[in-house]
Design a protein around this ligand. Structure first.
Ligand code: GEK
Length: 245
C-alpha cells in the first residue's frame, strides 16, 4: 500500500516553497491520487490516446514524468513497432524511484522501451516525436518560458503528432472560480485531508504552481502553431487538452 501523505498534517512554523524532494517522493502516489481529481482516469486514458497517435519508429515524450505513471501507461498501451518513450524529470529523487518502479513492471511483451532522464525539460531535445505528454508539468514552468517550450514541442513533433497537456486551471469569472476551487477542496477533504493540510499545501504551492485559464492555454497553443485542440477531460479545476500538429 502507498505510504500516506502527512507532510502538511501538523502546524508548521514556516511554510517553505513546495519541492519534489525525497519526502514528497516517498508519499507521491498517495499525494497525487488524493489531490488530483480523476488522476487514475487520466493516466490510463493517456495510454489509450498515445497508442492512437504513436507513429511507428517515433519517440513519445513524458515531460515531468515524476514516478513514470504516464510512461508506464504508454508502455502498456502502445502497439506500434519501434517506438521509444523518453521520460524526463529534473528531480533526482523522482527519477531514482521511477527507475525501480519501471524495472519492477517490466514485461517482455511491451513494444516500447523507456529511456529515463534526470534533467531539465529545457535540456531535452524534442525530435521525431509523435506524442508529447505534460501531465501537470507546465504549471511548474516559469510563465515567461512556457511559449518557447510549447513552440519547441511543436517543432519536434511529426505532422499528425499530438501534445497532451494536463493542467490545474484558473478561471477569470469569480463565481465559477470559487465554485470549482471549493469543489476541489471538498474532494481533498473527502479523501482525508484536513483544512490545515489543504491550507498549508496551498501556501507552499502559491509561488511554485502558477495555473492559467483555458483561454490562455488555447491562445498559446495556437500561437505555437497547433491546429485543432480540445479538452478531452475535466474534473473541477483540473483539465487535460489534446493539441494536434
Ligand atoms: C504524473 N506527470 O504522475 N524539468 C523537468 N521536470 C520538471 C521541471 C523541469 N523544468 N519542473 C517540474 N518538473 C506526473 C506528475 S508532477 C505534478 C507531474 C504534480 C517535474 C517535477 O519534478 C515533478 O516531478 C513534475 O514535474 C510535476 O503523471 O505533482 O502536481
Amino acid at each position: 500500500m502507498a505510504k500516506q501523505d502527512k507532510i502538511y498534517a501538523s502546524a508548521l512554523d514556516e511554510i517553505i516553497d513546495f519541492k519534489f524532494d525525497e519526502r514528497v517522493v516517498s508519499v507521491f502516489p498517495d499525494m497525487i491520487q488524493r489531490s488530483v481529481p480523476g488522476y487514475a482516469t487520466l493516466i490510463s486514458n493517456i495510454g489509450v490516446l498515445a497508442n492512437r497517435y504513436a507513429q511507428p519508429g517515433s519517440i513519445c515524450y513524458d515531460l515531468g514524468c515524476s514516478l513514470g505513471a504516464v510512461s508506464l501507461s504508454m508502455r502498456q498501451q502502445i502497439q506500434k513497432a519501434g517506438c521509444k518513450i523518453v521520460a524526463v524529470d529534473n528531480s533526482a529523487d523522482m527519477i531514482g524511484q521511477a527507475e525501480s518502479l519501471l524495472a519492477k513492471e517490466q514485461t517482455e511483451s511491451t513494444l516500447a522501451g523507456v529511456d529515463l532522464r534526470c534533467c531539465d525539460i529545457d535540456d531535452v531535445e524534442i525530435e521525431n516525436a509523435s506524442v508529447v505528454v505534460m501531465n501537470f508539468t507546465l504549471q511548474f514552468i516559469a510563465l515567461e518560458k512556457r511559449l518557447a517550450l510549447i513552440k519547441r514541442i511543436y517543432t519536434g513533433l511529426q505532422p499528425g503528432g499530438v501534445l497532451i497537456l494536463s493542467e490545474k486551471l484558473a478561471f477569470s469569472a469569480a463565481r465559477q472560480s470559487s465554485f470549482l476551487v471549493d469543489a476541489h477542496h471538498d474532494f481533498k477533504r473527502a479523501n482525508g485531508y484536513s483544512d490545515l493540510e489543504i491550507s498549508q499545501k496551498r501556501t507552499a504551492l502559491e509561488k511554485v504552481l502558477i495555473p492559467e485559464t483555458l483561454q490562455q492555454h488555447e491562445l498559446r497553443l495556437s500561437e505555437a502553431g497547433f491546429g485543432f485542440n480540445s479538452v478531452w477531460f475535466q474534473c473541477f479545476n483540473f483539465a487535460s487538452m489534446i493539441a494536434t500538429k
